[in-house]
Write a protein that binds this ligand. Sequence first.
Ligand SMILES: [Zn+2]
Length: 736
Amino acid sequence: MNSETALGRRDFLQTLSVAGAAVVVGGDLPWSRSEAAEHPPAALSSPSWVEKPMRWAQLTLVEDDPGKFDLPFWLDYFKRTRSDAVCLSAGGCVAYYPTRVPFHHRSQWLGDRDVFGELVAGCRKLGMVVIARTDPHATYDDAQAAHPDWIAVDAEGRPQRHWASPEMWVTCGLGPYNFEFMTDVHREIMTRYRVDGIFINRWDGSGMCFCDYCRRNFREASGEDLPRSNDPQAPARRAYILWRQARLFDLWQRWDAEVRRINPDACVIPNTGGGATSSLDMRRIGELAPTLIADRQARRGLTPPWANGKNGKEFRATMGRKPIVGIFSVGVEEPYRWKDSVQSAAEIQLWAADGMANGLRPWFTKFSGVLHDDRWLKPVEDLYRRYADWEKYLRNEAPLARVAIVYSQQTAWFCGARTEDHTLGWYQALVEARIPFEMVHDRLLDFGHLGAFKTLILPNLAALSVEQCRQLQDFVARGGGLVATHETSLFDEWGVKRKELGLASLFGVSFKGRTVGPMQNSYLRLETDPATGKRHPLLAGLEDAPRIINGVHCVEVEATLPFPHPPLTLIPSYPDLPMEKVYPRVPKTDVPQVYLRESGQGRVVYFPWDIDRTFWEVLCVDHFKLLRNAVQWATNEAPVATVSGPGVLDVTVWRQKDSMTVHLVNLTNPMMMKGPIRELIPIGEQKVRVRLPATARVRKVHLLAAGKNPRVDRVGEWLTVTVPSILDHEVLAIDL
Ligand SMILES: [Zn+2]
């Protein structure tokens, strides 16, 4: 880091702490701590019910539902689906009970009924956990007239009408509307109904707000005006990224404290979170939330079918063993928001299955109590009844994966979106390779969080602090494997570029000061060790390949340690037009394009180029093989499970109290990479080998979907089972 940026950063820190209000940045990590967080309320216990529900239902009423929708039908459906928890519309934009909070808008169709109360009573009779849903993101003219400070204001100073319902106003997420009015609403709901929790949708504002309140508060906290630039290196933008979070975490804690004051066995569940691109610190969320709802309802565009499971892994990275619930929609989730649509049964089924295989407890969501299209009812009922039958094997205690992808919110926030396409490339490669894996949050790299893992993958993890680099070095020193790509550690935790890679000594290279790309028509030569006549295991499956395509961007480095016989060397770009000119000018160099080394018991692989991002863009099978082989070489131990046979499977391995399971989700489908799926297509025989705990006695082995007890071969710690066919989701369950 040069002195200029160091000074800039010190100024920033001083500014924030001198201002002394909401944003305090401590240590060498750029994370916000709110005042409330510094003085946390007495330890937040988990409500006693959070472990119980395994199958959630959600009914979000629309304003004209009261008097129209068939309440007994819904109660019957909850019963038929064996749902054990429900989220019901209560208030916010529309109140479905006779509220007394001023400006809390009662449904115009409510009359003197209490529809929410009737639903709560009915669901309680079914023994369900019941939580109330609120949505604070919009309000009406009367509220706007009396409380103009409740309304969001755009960058030009204009109060914002609602983009989809123009008779409404968009509310400010960080001001008195949420902090005062919605606190009153939540207090009233909890007092009247003593529900088990309150789920709050769209609570974090609708884009940036420039109201007087936000401008004043931000200035007091940071000494800056609200940022007009999106550049994360601009001091005001940086401060805003942190300040907004501090406000929202304060709001969360305020609502939670109010709700628990009335019902100590309740909590609030703000709809929040995600992976690297989430704007709220997942680590802080993991500390605050006793349970959380992962809201990735369906795929859209080019979303792969494993994206629901990815959400589960990302949440688990900071939630640990706390229950994580995955919302899935029965409708089409495209930008045109066909909220009353129904998508194909096969698509719903596979999306939910991949979430379940990755530890998400399912939550179906339906908007509108009146059904315009009921084709989803049967598929969801079938799915839920299946999960109810399997319940014992779905109550996971821990994943058994030995490999983990690290994700980095600080890289996404402060370096722009440098990391996500790299992560997606790795995710696809590991699914194709059938390697069970987890995800890890980059601010949880301590021994406790990494103890279960043998190998960590750093997909262009650009922003890493000195402390994080040290933790990764310790991981390798303890015998861990590390596979890193491209600009990993080239920036500090603030996204400020370094002169040298933070992990230079671990990689055995030095940064030459330049990142090149996009490169056209460049290749990699696959080398053979002249001494042995053999190729490195990194090149397994590429025995007949003299060269393969290169990536698109590359960090220029030079070795600082000896790397004899590098398996991949550079063939530099040469013209790709006119065709007559397309011949290599330099057919061979000795510039390595991968750096593999053993370091004590640990192993390190560094690709200076964007192999993972290029794989996600191009999906070249040669790159897939390199990614797979790199993980296998770095891991240097027998995997916990192997599954061989045709097709694409998402494989996850879990331990329960008295059993272990291998989930096999069949993603093999012509619509795999662009949904929705039309039909489920069975794949043929798979041979599953599982490594058992050394002293384990196997009592029984089941195939849950097939409903069979397969033939089992056991040799030492290895158990082998043949699965004849998989339609959508098979679970090999081993009673121990
Ligand atoms: Zn505001």
